[in-house]
Design a protein around this ligand. Structure first.
Ligand SMILES: NC(=O)c1ccc[n+]([C@@H]2O[C@H](COP(=O)([O-])OP(=O)(O)OC[C@H]3O[C@@H](n4cnc5c(N)ncnc54)[C@H](O)[C@@H]3O)[C@@H](O)[C@H]2O)c1
Length: 441
């Protein structure tokens, strides 16, 4: 192995040999949208993988070969479990046997928009109390720059072991895009940065056994910042597209046509699209990890705050559009039946985290509307103490107004326009259709 010092040769060489021969026992802590697909890739590559999750229900389902993550079919998971390549547990003592551990636990924001590190801290405490020489630990949860060196490393060095010599610690941002048929865990290039060059090299060696391309960087902070740049770039550009939509709306210009025409420029432009607001566990959250950290360094992240404000206004803008459209049709929003098409945060997945549909429904209810919804991926949902059950698509026909919030490909958009008196389209799903009934964002 290049980058591994002579003095570190023993622990590094033993672990490197185990990794290359696929004898390393791989552990994944947190078996969610990120952890389960990663566990599956390493099991497919021939490693013996143990997934550890605080949720006993998830452990049980994995062990039954029953996938709960959209990108992993039970037909893929089941044979790996049957072959003894993948198992799940909620017993942290099983960590004692592991050679590598990837940490894929949640990193939400607190209500104050401060990072909530409690899941990372709790997972690292479990690791530290069962830590042994020769381990590779990789943090994958999205977090602020400095977390791996400032928070995780001290918890592990407390054991008396030395990083880069006795054990190896890296950060590697997870870039998975649930529901994307072209790019999945295996073919999304994996950036990895270690606390020392030996750590980076061990991380590179590890991922290159199972994933197509690994991109080593010089430090954990660079790797942490890569993820925040990617998601901040997206969040700010969506904010710009949303601001364009607000401006075009005021001026009577079709923003979708503007963006499509601009996207014909073969260089220097990349299209982003407006919508009802941001959703998911990443784009609405990760940039605030960065702004929290930069505030401590005396720099205000103004682009982030501004885009966050504009994106946060979108559900209100959509509800105003609905109210105006109903008023034009001679109906007050109070007492009107409004049907929401799609409540997941993006198309063709079941994830409801931070979904703008939640805000849209709450705002409509506050204005006195009677709200129903359809979503083939979300059969029921809880909102503000209320249990809502999905209706068949046809129910849209009974509504005074329909809002397309999530553009699932399973919806029959032509039939929707035919049977509905009024459709507010926040996703340009009705592109090319001409009807007086359609109100576009
Ligand atoms: N979902 C995405 O599209 C995506 C994409 C890129 C990065 N990420 C990042 O990856 C991380 C994980 O996200 P996710 O979407 O997989 O979350 P998730 O909620 O789907 O999964 C996290 C899992 O960790 C488990 N868990 C929580 N605390 C634990 C602990 N102390 N020990 C063991 N298990 C624990 C939970 O039960 C859950 O199953 C987050 O930091 C997120 O920002 C997510």
């Amino acid at each position: 192995m290049s980058g591994v010092q002579t003095a570190t040769a023993t622990a590094a060489q033993i672990l490197a040999e185990k990794i290359q021969s696929r004898r390393a026992r791989v552990g994944i802590v947190g078996l969610g949208y990120v952890g389960l697909p990663l566990a599956v890739e390493f099991a497919k590559a021939g490693f013996s993988v143990t997934g550890i999750d605080v949720s006993e229900q998830k452990s049980r389902r994995v062990n039954a070969g029953d996938s709960y993550v959209g990108d992993i079919s039970s037909a893929t998971l089941g044979p790996l479990v049957d072959a003894g390549k993948l198992r799940a547990t909620s017993d942290f003592d099983d960590m004692c046997e592991l050679d590598t551990i990837n940490i894929c636990v949640p990193t939400p924001l607190r209500k104050t928009k401060d990072p909530d590190m409690s899941f990372i801290v709790s997972a690292c405490q479990e690791i530290a109390s069962r830590f042994h020489a020769g381990m590779l630990i990789i943090l994958e949860s999205t977090t602020y720059p400095g977390t791996t060196d400032e928070l995780v490393l001290p918890m592990l060095t407390k054991t008396g072991l030395e990083v880069g010599r006795d054990f190896f610690l890296c950060f590697s941002p997870e870039r998975v895009d649930p529901g994307n048929p072209s790019f999945q865990t295996v073919n999304i290039p994996k950036v990895v940065g270690g606390c020392t060059p030996a750590c980076t090299e061990m991380g590179r060696l590890f991922y290159s056994q199972a994933l197509e391309r690994v991109v080593p960087v010089s430090s954990t902070q660079v790797a942490e910042m890569v993820k925040l740049l990617e998601n901040t770039f997206r969040m700010i550009n969506i904010g710009l597209a949303n601001e364009m939509a607000l401006m075009c709306g005021r001026m009577g210009i079709n923003v979708w046509e503007v963006i499509d025409a601009a996207a014909t420029k073969p260089f220097g432009f990349m299209p982003f699209y407006p919508g009802p607001g941001l959703g998911g566990h990443c784009i609405p959250i990760d940039p605030f990890y960065l702004s929290w950290k930069t505030r401590q360094a005396g720099i205000e992240a103004r682009f982030i705050e501004l885009a966050g404000y504009i994106n946060g206004q979108m559900p209100h803008f959509v509800v105003d559009k609905v109210q105006n459209a109903l008023n034009d049709a001679g109906k007050p929003v109070k007492g009107s039946r409004i049907h929401v098409m799609g409540v997941a945060y993006k198309r063709d997945i079941d994830d409801m985290r931070e979904s703008p549909a939640l805000d849209v429904i709450l705002l409509l209810r506050q204005r006195g509307a009677l709200v129903t919804y359809s979503d083939p991926y979300v059969p029921r949902m809880r909102l503000d103490g209320l249990e809502l059950v999905a209706c068949p698509e046809e129910a849209a026909g009974a509504a005074d107004c329909v809002i397309i919030v999530t553009n699932h490909s399973a919806f029959d958009y032509r039939a929707l326009v035919d049977r509905s008196p009024l459709v507010v389209d926040t996703r340009n799903s009705l592109r090319g259709m001409v009807s007086e009934k359609i109100v576009r964002l």
